[in-house]
Design a protein around this ligand. Structure first.
Ligand code: ADP
Length: 282
């Protein structure tokens, strides 16, 4: 019933969800999932009914980040019931895989050993289920943690569901920024509004003296480097908002590793600049 005349699935809204925000990065390892989960938790902390959908089939990280595991139950319509922690509903491929199939230390799925033909089929099916068969209940915002890249999976997701806005996560490094620009182009071609860019690992603040060092500062406003090549300038050039900086900070990583993201872990520390950075962006 959801096929268009061309046989392609028709784009539709995710049931019970008011707004879908995709968090994306063109490159892996820039902190996309960390930003996605902390933004979602920032929304939830403000009383906005929020969910997060981990669409990374091969390396789901939301179960680890939210310290959740176990198989989701099904409702009467055979839809998956999200798992909740810290007031945030979540769904991830990581919950659907039998425990023996996922590596308990990394949460990663060793799909590499699966035959290619199978893989394609499984991915399509799994993605479809994640996008359309989750019983979110009424949500104001669903954050989509997209897999890194600008390829077929991202296109498929965009063809299946209406994305109301996208957030691009990048580091200040030239190469990440170049890729991020490509990511912005992809969303613009798909007519998805780009809400803005987040610069993660923007600077390192020394925990002892507070001195800030811009570690990945090529092209950023630093010394004799040319400001015109930085994230802020690039955002301006593309007519996209710059949403803010997240510091490179061991605590962000430690919080993530123990399954209690910074926005929750440092709730009682009113001077946590890391936490405030996420809240300000949200
Ligand atoms: P991606 O989703 O882009 O692959 P992740 O969110 O998984 O990236 O982050 C990659 C690694 O970097 C993780 O170990 C994470 O804890 C760490 N990390 C992310 N952002 C920061 C930051 N601002 N400071 C320190 N470590 C970070």
């Amino acid at each position: 019933t959801f096929r268009s005349r061309k046989g392609l699935p028709e784009k539709r809204k995710i049931r019970d969800v008011k707004k879908v925000i995709a968090v994306s990065s063109a490159k892996g390892g820039v902190g996309k999932s960390t930003v996605a989960v902390n933004l979602a938790l920032s929304f939830a902390r403000r009383g906005i009914r929020t969910g997060i959908l981990d669409t990374d089939i091969f390396g789901p990280s939301i179960p680890t980040l939210l310290n959740l595991s176990g198989e989701p139950r099904l409702d009467d319509n055979n839809c998956l019931l999200p798992l909740t922690n810290y007031g945030l509903k979540s769904m991830s491929m990581g919950y659907l895989l039998p425990q023996t199939q996922s590596d308990s230390t990394t949460g990663e799925v060793p799909m590499d050993s699966t035959p290619i033909s199978w893989r394609g089929l499984m991915v399509t099916k799994a993605m479809h289920q994640l996008l359309h068969s989750v019983s979110w209940g009424p949500l104001d915002v669903l954050v989509l943690d997209l897999p890194p890249g600008t390829g077929d999976v991202q296109l498929t997701i965009n063809q299946e569901v209406i994305i109301d806005g996208s957030v691009i996560v990048t580091t200040p490094q030239d190469i990440a920024l170049r890729d991020a620009v490509r990511g912005i182009g992809m969303f613009q071609r798909m007519d998805v509004p780009v809400l803005g860019m987040v610069r993660n690992m923007a600077f390192f603040a020394c925990p002892n003296c507070g001195h800030q060092t811009r570690i990945f500062s090529h092209g950023e406003s630093h010394g004799c480097q040319n400001e015109d090549r930085g994230v802020v300038a690039e955002a301006k050039r593309l007519g996209v908002d710059f949403l803010g900086d997240i510091p490179l900070d061991a605590r962000v990583c430690e919080d993530a590793d123990r399954g209690m993201p910074t926005v929750v872990a440092e709730e009682s520390e009113d001077r946590s600049a890391r936490r405030q950075a996420f809240l300000d962006i949200a």
